[in-house]
Ligand binder design. Structure first.
Ligand SMILES: O=C1O[C@H](COP(=O)(O)O)[C@@H](O)[C@H](O)[C@H]1O
Length: 272
């Protein structure tokens, strides 16, 4: 149970948890509900994951009751970003997901769309976008009627200490791409420098976005991202997480006590 739940603005919710186990439990329940709804409505569930703490906070999904209850055969797993390293490398988001989730639940191998680690970063981004286009064409991934973009059932992100999300970093030109679905960067401020990432266009076209923030080093980024949620402000490229405003979807922040330290929950920014 979240310690605090705030409806920060239409379609945006902030959940703050006292204990990390509560966060993981509530997240599992939330993902399970979204999966159930999507499978019922569309026959499948498309989820895009990130690195950082994401797989760890999904751990409860690998336990009872979810391990047996969820229709894993209907899950399609992709990544919101990936580091340009071999899939066996310790820094690979795929490797982390394989070890923490894919090896523990019966998701079909043929439904896992990892990013090609044998190509250059530029080729891998193009190849990955092509894969997504095929999945949209087949309507496995739903499509936004507003902009024809892929409309993932859920994109799960973690915010970095600087306010980065996926591999979109503060003030990076990749934040302003308005046509591409997937792009690459070669100068990530965090190692490794080469990465493939969804653009903001795809993130904001999702049906549901979750941003997870755990640990005190995320407190400033959380505060900067959520502080003006209730105001109508333009895109702020200095805090990528603040640019996450799903056009037709819902955003939920899952924040632990340490990462919530700088938020003024009783300020006018939130309806408690
Ligand atoms: O490199 C990455 O880091 C970010 C943030 O991770 P964190 O450990 O600082 O929370 C992550 O969202 C991204 O997927 C990953 O590639």
């Amino acid at each position: 149970m979240a310690t605090t739940v705030c409806e920060a603005k239409k379609n945006t919710e902030l959940r703050v948890f006292e204990f990390s186990d509560e966060l993981a439990t509530d997240l599992a329940e939330y993902v399970a509900q979204l999966s159930e709804i999507s499978v019922k409505e569309r026959g499948c569930f498309t989820i895009a994951l990130s690195g950082g703490p994401i797989v760890g906070v999904m751990r409860k999904l690998c336990e009872a009751p979810y391990q047996k209850m969820l229709d894993w055969s209907k899950w399609y797993v992709l990544w919101a970003d990936e580091r340009a390293v071999a899939k066996t490398h310790a820094e690979s988001n795929y490797k982390m997901t394989k070890e923490g989730l894919l090896s523990k639940v019966p998701i079909l191998n043929s439904h896992v769309y990892s990013i090609n680690d044998t190509l250059t970063v530029e080729e891998a981004a193009a190849d990955y976008e092509f894969t997504i286009r095929q999945l949209v064409k087949a309507r496995t991934i739903s499509v936004s009627e507003i902009n024809d973009c892929p409309k993932f059932d859920l994109i799960l992100l973690s915010v970095g200490p600087t306010g980065s999300i996926a591999s979109l970093h503060p003030n990076h030109p990749a934040l302003e791409l308005t046509d591409e679905w997937v792009t690459f960067i070669t100068n990530s401020p965090e190692p490794p420098p080469e990465r493939i990432t969804f653009t903001m266009l795809v993130i904001n076209s999702a049906s549901n976005v979750v941003i997870v923030a755990t640990g005190e080093d995320k407190a400033r980024a959380v505060q900067q991202s959520v502080s003006q949620l209730s105001e109508n402000v333009g895109p702020d490229v200095s805090v990528p997480a603040k640019m996450v405003t799903p056009t037709e979807g819902k955003l939920v922040w899952f924040v632990d006590k340490e990462a919530s330290k700088e938020i003024e929950l009783e300020s006018d920014n939130f309806e408690l």
